[in-house]
Each structure stands twice: as C-alpha cells, then as structure tokens.
Design a protein around this ligand. Structure first.
Ligand code: HEC
Ligand code: HEC
Length: 331
C-alpha cells in the first residue's frame, strides 16, 4: 500500500485503531471474571455454626407476632429465595408494598433494598421483623422469646460467647444469607471455558444483550447489576411508591429503584419492584417501547427494534442465567 497520500494515512490509522478498539471489545466480553469471594464485615466472620444458626432463624415462624410468618415465607429456597407473587403475604393477611427480591448472592450487595440505602445485611434483618405488614414483631419481646428457647440460647453462648440478643440474631441470619451463592449457571459454565454449555441462539441472545442493545450498561456480567438506583421508565406516574425518593425526598430520585440482578429470572417472576410485569416477554416489550418518558428515566433507555427471532434469542439467553445448584442444601 502506498501511504504518501495524507488521506490514505488517515484512513489507514483510522482502520488500525478501529480494529484495535473492536478487538478490545471482544476481549473484554471473553474475559468476564467470576464474582469472587463474598467478603464478610470484620465484626462478623462467616463460620459453619453461625450459618446453621442463621438458617434455623430464617425458617422460624416465631420471628413474627402471630407465629405464621418466617423470612422464608416470602423468600422461598425453591424460587431463588423470592416468592413468585407480585406482593408478599405478611402476618394477618397483610400484603407487602413491593415484590420480594431474590436474596441469592445477597452477600455481594453494596446496599440492601430497592431504595439502595441500607448499608449491611446485619442492619436489614430487623426491618422485616418490625415491619407492620411483614412480621410485625416487637424486638424486645422477640429477643425474650428466642432467649427462652434452650437451643438458641445454647448456640448463642457457644458461637458468640454471650446471651441470645439482637447481635446474635442479626449476625447469624446475615452469615446465613452470605452463604447463599448461585453462580454456576450455564452462562457461567460457558464463560469459564465450556463452549458447549450454551446454544448458538443463546449466544446470539447474549450478543444482543451485551453488544447490540444497552442492557449491560445497568445489568453487566457477572452480577448482572450495577447495584445503582435507576429509573427504567416503568411509569409516567409512580403512584404511591416513588422509589428512592422516600429516603431523601429528592425529586431526582422519583421512580428510581436499585437495578436487580437478572440471575435466576426463570424462578423470580413476576418482575419489577411491584411485580407488574408477569413474564420475560412483557419485560422485553417494555424495553422495546423505550419505556415511559418520565423525566428521571435514564436516557440510555430508548426504543429498540427487535424481530421475533431476536426476541426469542434474548429470552433464551436470559434463561441461561438459572442455577439451582444451591438447592442441594435445601432438599
Ligand atoms: C412478608 C414478606 C417478607 C418477609 C417475611 C421478609 N421479607 Fe425480605 N423482603 C421482602 C420484600 C417485599 C422486600 C423488598 C423491600 C424493599 O426493597 O423495600 C424484601 C427485601 C429483602 C432483602 C433485600 C434484598 C435486596 O436485593 O436488596 C433482604 C436481604 C431480605 N429481604 C431478607 C429478609 C430476612 C432476613 C427476613 C427475615 C428476618 C425477611 N427478609 C423477611 C419481603 C419479605
Ligand atoms: C438505565 C438502567 C437500565 C437499563 C439500561 C436496563 N435496565 Fe433492566 N432494570 C433496570 C431497573 C432499575 C430495573 C428495576 C425496575 C423496578 O423495579 O421497577 C430493571 C429490571 C429489569 C428486569 C426485571 C428484573 C426483576 O427481577 O424484576 C429485567 C428482566 C430487565 N431489567 C432486563 C433488561 C434488559 C433485557 C435490558 C436491555 C434491553 C435492560 N434491562 C436494560 C434498569 C435498567
């Protein structure tokens, strides 16, 4: 090639950098790292005994005022620790105001709840216990009740070297939550080198999700969430649940909810903070439309054109994120 002509030089260098850029894009996609270890806070190292105590408490209905509701009433193991209902059932037939999220991989959450503001799992534990529509339990009464239980009191002494108290309750339940890992989906197997783990159509769906569409801006692998509060244009008027707005009363937060992980979607329907979208098709329709033009909608979300094959591929890719291997401990 003759490079004397200045235009050819520009075209040549341009092409060179473009190929370098495309090559780099490709390598980042291929080198998605696994999620790494869950880091426990220094005050609460994870141990097998603590997990076991937390697990008993998680499934114990004594944690609610009328003895009918445990954490697992709304976070069922077989549904990726969610409950396949738009709103969940608390004590006395009361309903929650939001859809129960999966708590698999909860140990990675930098903030807890849809509003994205509670800093640790330890702090979260007492919220549902005291919440009127969930377990509606007075903490002092609860601690008395649990301390009177010989097995709990004995475990508290043995593991924490203290009487059963709020420290023991919150530390053990959160240790149990940090043990709930689900990262061996077919997609993970594919990313760790087993090229046969997913089909051609599923790969095409992944390419749409990650390269063609903008989904990975908020749902990047391997966690499939940025964990940030975002408005995805679900509504023009968010009605009674204004999302993160309720924490700081900042109008820029209206309609912002923490981006959920897309792992185990197959088990966690219905979708969104209010369970208003019944299935994956409805979710794809929402994103195809570009969402409602709420002033806080993230501008990345725009109308997209997808043909029926692409819709099918996108859905098939999303279904490769299911991993129920964690269930072996719950059968
Ligand atoms: C009556 C149903 C119900 C019960 C009982 C319940 N939860 Fe939840 N849980 C929910 C709902 C609904 C949310 C979403 C609330 C929100 O974000 O405002 C939630 C959110 C969570 C989250 C946050 C997950 C995330 O992605 O941010 C954790 C962790 C959690 N619950 C753990 C527990 C534990 C531990 C217990 C028992 C002490 C419990 N839940 C009891 C319904 C319930
Ligand atoms: C600007 C950030 C953003 C982008 C881009 C985005 N999402 Fe979301 N996504 C969210 C938020 C926020 C929610 C939760 C909204 C709520 O709870 O009301 C969500 C929820 C979902 C859910 C439901 C999950 C559940 O458990 O309820 C699915 C499925 C989903 N998105 C898929 C996609 C797909 C597919 C794309 C690309 C076409 C995409 N998202 C692009 C922010 C985003």
């Amino acid at each position: 090639m003759k490079l004397q002509n200045p235009y050819s030089i520009i075209i040549f260098t341009g092409t060179f950098f473009l190929s370098l850029f495309l090559y780099q894009c490709k390598t980042t996609i291929q080198s998605i790292q696994p999620m790494g270890e869950v880091i426990s806070p220094t005050g609460n190292p994870i141990t097998a005994e603590k997990i076991e105590l937390g697990r008993k408490l998680f499934f114990d209905k004594q944690l609610s005022s009328d003895g009918t509701v445990s954490c697992a009433t709304c976070h069922l193991p077989q549904y990726a620790f969610s409950d396949q209902k738009s709103f969940s059932d608390g004590v006395q037939g009361r309903k929650t105001q939001r859809n129960a999220p999966s708590i698999l991989n909860a140990g990675y959450l930098p903030t807890v709840m849809y509003d994205g503001y509670i800093k640790t799992l330890e702090l979260q534990v007492i919220v549902p216990i005291q919440e009127h529509v969930e377990m509606d339990m007075n903490m002092l009464d609860l601690l008395k009740r649990l301390k009177a239980n010989e097995e709990y009191q004995e475990s508290a002494k043995r593991i924490f070297n203290r009487d059963f108290d709020a420290f023991v309750l919150t530390r053990s339940i959160s240790a149990f939550e940090r043990s709930l890992i689900s990262q061996n989906s077919r997609f993970d197997q594919y990313m760790s080198g087993n090229k046969k783990a997913i089909t051609k159509n599923e790969i095409a769906g992944w390419n749409l999700f990650s390269d063609v569409l903008y989904c990975t801006k908020c749902h990047p692998a391997p966690s499939f969430t940025t964990y940030l509060p975002e408005n995805n244009g679900l509504y023009l008027d968010y009605g009674t649940d204004l999302g993160r707005f309720r924490i700081f009363n900042d109008s820029n937060d209206i309609g912002k909810f923490k981006v959920p992980s897309l792992r185990n979607l197959e088990l966690t329907f219905p979708y969104m903070h209010d369970g208003s979208l019944k299935n994956i098709e409805e979710v794809i329709k929402h994103y195809q439309s570009g969402g409602k033009n709420h002033p806080n909608k993230n501008k990345i979300i725009q109308k997209i054109d997808l043909n029926s094959t692409q819709i099918k591929q996108l859905k098939e890719f999303l279904l490769t994120l299911t991993d129920t291997s964690y269930m072996s401990q719950f059968r």
